[in-house]
Design a protein around this ligand. Structure first.
Ligand SMILES: [Zn+2]
Length: 191
């Protein structure tokens, strides 16, 4: 038997749902990817349902509450905000709390549009922001309920985070990129 691991890992889960907007000019943004040809979702920010679920999962894993605590949806600063920037800030706050993401697995539930062609871009974008592997899957609601009636899109996320130890105890398995608190947010703008 090996000695007990001193590395602390924690799990977090997130859920979000947004209805479709009546504003025909609102873009649909999921996982930081703008999907042309579909109505957008209603929300204070860009309503990126996947970025929000993933951010909530990260905050939950680090014991930091939820996205609404950190970025109140009545704060004008976040009106129309690019949610990948919120997600990057959440990654920073999780890092400040001493944790870094190990991996995340996400599911987007949407009757329309068809998301399969966009999943690789979502995975790339979110993996870049977390500096850890992010998997994104898509499914439908089989035509039932508000999601099945194409009134809303929901997203689920589960993330594992690992405590960063400054005593060198975990140096053997360094994560791929140590996100430094206050480091610059990836500046790729929303399209
Ligand atoms: Zn949301």
């Amino acid at each position: 038997m090996s000695t007990p691991q001193e590395v602390t890992i924690r799990v977090g889960q997130g859920f979000d749902i947004h209805t479709f907007s009546t504003d025909r000019h609102r873009p649909l943004v999921i996982g930081g990817v703008t999907i042309a040809g579909s109505p957008g979702l209603a929300g204070h920010s860009d309503a990126d349902v996947l970025a929000h679920a993933l951010a909530d999962a990260l905050l939950g894993a680090a014991g930091l509450g939820d996205l609404g605590n950190h970025f109140p949806d009545d704060d004008p600063a976040w009106a129309g905000a690019d949610s990948t920037q919120l997600l990057a800030k959440v990654v920073d706050r999780v890092a400040e709390a001493g944790f870094g993401p190990v991996n995340a697995d996400c599911t987007v539930i949407a009757e329309q549009p068809r998301l399969a062609p966009h999943l690789p871009a979502m995975r790339r974008r979110l993996t870049e922001i977390l500096s850890s592997p992010v998997n994104v899957k898509a499914t439908t609601s089989e035509g039932i309920g508000p999601i099945g009636n194409a009134e809303a899109i929901a997203a689920l996320a589960v993330v594992l985070v690992r405590q960063r130890r400054s005593d060198g105890g975990s140096s053997r398995t360094s994560s791929r990129a140590e996100v430094q608190p206050g480091s610059a947010i990836p500046s790729e703008s929303a399209r």
